[in-house]
Design a protein around this ligand. Sequence first.
Ligand SMILES: [Zn+2]
Length: 373
Amino acid sequence: MQTKRLFIFLLFLGILGFFSFSNINNPAQKPFIVVLDAGHGGKDPGNKGNGFIEKDIVLDVVLQVGALLEKEPNFKVIYTRKTDVFIELNERGPVANRADADLFVSIHCNSHNTQAYGAETFVMGVDKSGKNLETAKKENEVIFLEDNYEEKYAGFNPNAPESLIGLSLMQEEYLDQSIMLAGLIQNNFVNNLKRKDRSVKSAPFWVLHSSYMPSVLIELGFLTHNTEGSYVNSKKGRKEMAQEIANGIISYRKNIALATNNAQNPIITKEEINEAIETTEEKIYNEVVFKVQLAASSKKLDPKPQNFKGLEDVTRNKEGNLYKYYYGDTSDYNKIQLLKTYAQEKGYPSAFVVAFKKGEKVKLSEILTSEDQ
Ligand SMILES: [Zn+2]
């Protein structure tokens, strides 16, 4: 009965949320601007695995994504290229900056000298494992085709993508939102198209590093893989992937509109959340601590409420090269769900629950499916 109350409460929030974002169709609003970047072009064909041509496939997919978005109310689409032309890598991000775009989406196809396959979506960032550097290196390599690249890309060695990390990283600030968009697209690929999930990853891509907005780079699949290459190149494959990318972008806009709206005009108060916590049955997992991750950044911020949209008792933890900022600290899974909803309401649309066991971060799915609660 008590658990039922929790779900009714969350459902109630969802319905309020639906009505509060219904004004995104208001034509007076600034359009939501998406810059679509078809990788490569002109003298740079991209990869040619199995004889398929990356620059042609990605242009076709980009044009289809754009056509789908343009059918939606209040979307504006800008293309870095609409034809088979060569565009320098450092010209692509600035197109988005000049347009004051809300999103930058770069689309590519992968290649490998093995039969590796699957779809993956990247955000800009460090790659501690080093495994993603190979992909970043291949996509950065086009710089060698440009005139005077040593001058234009001073301090950056395309053969050592890590060197990009030393340069200024504008993308840091948008990491959470980029991860949210990447996750939505990746989920659509995996759930709706049954593609192999190579997951959301971070790596230093030049094309992503200079834009002032959430940005992702999609690797549609491996042209070098015998069956996946044919799928990615096929009319059916291109159409399906374009639809799922467009749907991911549309969901992203809804999430952002909802969060912005709620942050300005909160539909639930701290008191209401506290009351919901008190009246909801506990669901305790022994030796487990749940927290809501609000943000990840290389910036060391004081976790005081002013820095976190008024949220109290935010904690900071250094993990690898990043500081992670958490809200809430409880062994009660029902309570953390309510706190997550509250954090999303306060303007952290991509907030999510993480679990720690004996101080170590563990997968939430492992905790929730384990028997010994
Ligand atoms: Zn590419």
